[in-house]
Ligand binder design. Structure first.
Ligand SMILES: [Zn+2]
Length: 427
């Protein structure tokens, strides 16, 4: 049986990065969880339908977080005094090793899901840890929450401390088991192949993961060209390959199935060209790049080259799960490029940043991130009345909410047309 829902409010979305679509006092008709149409005046056909009235509230697409480490949630906002490799060894690996204990992991993952729900993230791509059982628990928690997610059991079998290092065989077996168990279980929550990054994976592991991704048609996520020392290390490990992304590509982990590559702060022109050719999505994680001191991603270069883009909170390198705040950091970093280039490299506009957070990033999950016809109705209802002055335009209200609003202004969250209640935490 088909279900029709009608929502009334001040509607904002983007169909292209150039401009907002703004409809004051508009209507969104949602049929079976998908947008059927958006109207300024509701057609007669719907006159007997019940309307969910969000008048004077903003209705915007949900936020998509394309790179995030759920297992690092407990370290949010701390341990920022080291750069990438020492940061991993001294803080992150010891914390991730605790996820062997599934009681511990369920508690942290439960708190994590509550937090992203609170911040208005409706779909997310996640790194768990190397541990199969707690990674599968994370999938179950997401299925129960109603939010959308790709969940990756992390793979690493070399160059990591023994307490968190897998064997080649167990890494591949556990990954395959998780894929078989969950690839068709839910339309919203799915597994994703997750080599941590090139230095922590042997050639044999990368080869095996590439084979699994193709055999089961499963997407891939990893890190790429995040930090200069890391890039030099990859060059030492694979001297015959031209650049970092070339390593993933050799092993069928670079766009052979849908692929997310986080950071890309120092990607060469050749690497960017291959991303374009293979339709690899670049994930900009400005908060993490600033905190771990990795570098600045030249986002304008990626936009100019028509590379698919999304944002990542990348906690706990990043210190906030909010994709709204991630948008602000991305705009700020782009303004540093603008200033340093003598104003030649234009900075990110508000519609561009909003597009990347919604329709751009959302494209990894299907038709997600817009209110165009047939898009999944993933939406946030924002009550910005206490930020608002009478003469503000819709565009100004949105900008102000992005910069100075927070989770207290988010009244409701919808995924695929369903109202998502606060996930039940685990004590
Ligand atoms: Zn990361």
């Amino acid at each position: 049986m088909s279900s029709t829902k009608i929502f009334k409010g001040d509607i904002v979305f983007t169909t292209t990065p150039e401009r907002f679509t703004l409809i004051e006092n508009g209507f969104i008709v949602v049929v079976n969880g998908k947008v059927d149409n958006v109207y300024t005046v509701l057609p007669e056909t719907y006159k007997n339908f019940q309307i969910t009235d969000y008048s004077n509230k903003l209705i915007i697409p949900g936020m998509n977080d394309l790179h995030c480490h759920a297992s690092q949630f407990k370290h949010l906002g701390m341990a920022m005094d080291k750069e990438l490799i020492p940061w991993l060894n001294d803080y992150t690996f010891p914390e991730e090793s605790r996820f062997k204990d599934t009681e511990y992991s369920k508690r942290i993952y439960g708190k994590f899901i509550k937090e992203i729900w609170k911040q208005g993230t409706t779909r997310i791509a996640l790194f768990a840890t190397v541990h199969k059982n707690s990674s599968m628990d994370l999938i179950e928690l997401f299925i129960n929450s109603g939010l959308g997610a790709f969940v990756g059991k992390v793979n690493m079998d070399t160059n990591c401390p023994p307490y968190i290092c897998e064997t080649l065989e167990s890494s591949l077996e556990d990954t395959e088991e998780m894929i078989i168990k969950y690839k068709d279980r839910s339309s919203l929550v799915k597994p994703i192949i997750t080599p941590r990054f090139v230095p922590s994976c042997s050639s044999e592991l990368l080869k095996g993961l590439g084979e699994l991704s193709i055999k089961y048609n499963v997407p891939v996520q990893s890190h790429l060209s995040e930090n200069r020392n890391e890039i030099a290390w990859v060059k030492e490990l694979f001297p015959a390959l031209k650049y970092y992304g070339d390593v993933y590509n050799k092993f069928n982990l670079f766009g052979q199935t849908p692929t997310l590559m986080a950071h890309c702060s120092f990607s060469s022109d050749e690497e960017i060209a291959l991303m374009k050719e293979n339709n690899v999505m670049a994930v900009h994680c400005p908060s993490s790049n600033l905190n771990v001191g990795s570098g600045m991603m030249p986002i304008r270069k990626f936009l100019d080259n028509n590379i698919r883009l999304g944002f990542g909170s990348d906690i706990s390198g990043g210190h906030t799960c909010s994709i709204f705040k991630t948008m602000v950091y991305a705009i700020q970093v782009s303004k540093l490029f603008w200033a340093n280039s003598n104003k030649e490299i234009s900075f990110l506009s508000n519609p561009e940043a909003f597009y990347i957070a919604t329709k751009g990033g959302g494209s990894f999950f299907g038709k997600v991130g817009s209110f165009e016809k047939d898009y999944e109705f993933d939406a946030l209802i924002i009550d910005d009345s206490n930020l608002n002055y009478a003469n503000y335009t819709l565009e100004q209200r949105l900008e102000r909410f992005i910069y100075v609003g927070d989770d207290r202004h988010i009244l409701h969250r919808y995924v695929s047309g369903n109202l998502i209640e606060e996930p039940k935490g685990i004590a």
